[in-house]
Design a protein around this ligand. Structure first.
Ligand SMILES: CC(=O)[C@@H](O)[C@H](O)COP(=O)(O)O
Ligand SMILES: NCC(=O)COP(=O)(O)O
Length: 255
């Protein structure tokens, strides 16, 4: 079964935020992704607005809203403390009404997401929030480690899907470490449990052109969201071509 690709545009926004203005514009890159076969777009706005800003969420929502079969996925921590003029994660989601909202338990201090929910701790707080989002026709996914007992709890708190956190898988793949197969099998068992209890399955974090093919062997995998690796690979594969074009201009050889 084919796996849907949702491109995460955080890193385009990160580059944009290094200067004034809106260059590169995440919306223009979203259009390139969709024109080239992406099934959806993902953003992970953070309260410090280090990359995606509320205005990007609004403009990307407008871009995707009227395109059939294309999904908009907003990820974030519903319990993170708001900073500055950040309007809050849940108000942002309610305002822009994505197809899917992925709840992630990361603190404002984290460099990036690095673990899934412990639903024994946060399940009671999450359940009403999940119900509220679902009542607005937003599919709810929970960012989870590949822990079978936690996956069962994800169903109990009302989630539609889980997103399996693939950071440790990607790291083991990169190192070709001895535990790669064990980690992969843990993801397969978590996915089988999700299928048994009736949850859909997404995955993401540090997936890339090297490690994705193997990961697509996880049973029932429906969607991967990929940003960091995909953006770096786009630079790597595009840089030689662009440098040679600049060189042609400098040498007076531009056509
Ligand atoms: C939930 C997840 O794995 C991704 O959204 C990841 O956290 C990307 O966020 P950053 O681009 O801020 O690292
Ligand atoms: N949910 C994962 C995601 O959106 C992208 O993560 P990454 O590829 O930027 O690590």
């Amino acid at each position: 079964m084919a796996v849907a690709l949702s491109v995460n545009l955080n890193k385009i926004a990160l580059l944009r935020n290094s200067r004034e203005g809106n260059y590169p514009d995440p919306v223009e890159f979203g259009k390139i992704c969709l024109a080239n076969g992406a099934d959806g777009l993902t953003v992970h706005p953070r309260p410090d607005q280090r990359h995606i800003r509320p205005d990007d969420v609004a403009r990307l929502g407008d871009l995707v809203r009227d395109i059939d079969d294309i999904e908009f996925n907003i990820e974030g921590n519903p319990f993170a403390e708001d900073l500055g003029d950040y309007p809050g994660f849940i108000p942002l989601v309610e305002q822009h009404k994505p197809d899917q909202c992925t709840l992630v338990p990361d603190s404002n201090e984290q460099l990036t997401s690095d673990h899934g929910f412990d639903l024994r701790q946060s399940g009671d707080k999450l359940a009403p929030l999940i119900a509220k989002l679902k009542s607005r026709d937003i599919r709810v996914s929970l960012f989870m480690d590949p822990d079978v007992e936690q996956i069962k709890l994800a169903k109990q708190v009302g989630a539609d899907r889980i997103e399996l956190y693939t950071g440790p898988y990607a790291w083991a793949f990169k190192q070709q470490s001895a535990d790669l197969e064990d980690i992969f099998q843990a993801h397969c068992r978590a996915a089988e449990t999700a299928l048994e209890v009736g949850l859909g399955i997404n995955a993401g974090h540090d997936l890339n052109l090297q490690n994705l093919d193997k990961y697509c062997g996880v049973p029932g995998l429906q969607e991967v969201s990929i940003g960091h690796g995909l953006t770096v690979e786009s630079l790597t594969m595009g840089m030689a071509h662009v440098v040679s074009r600049y060189r042609d201009i400098c040498q007076g050889e531009a056509s």
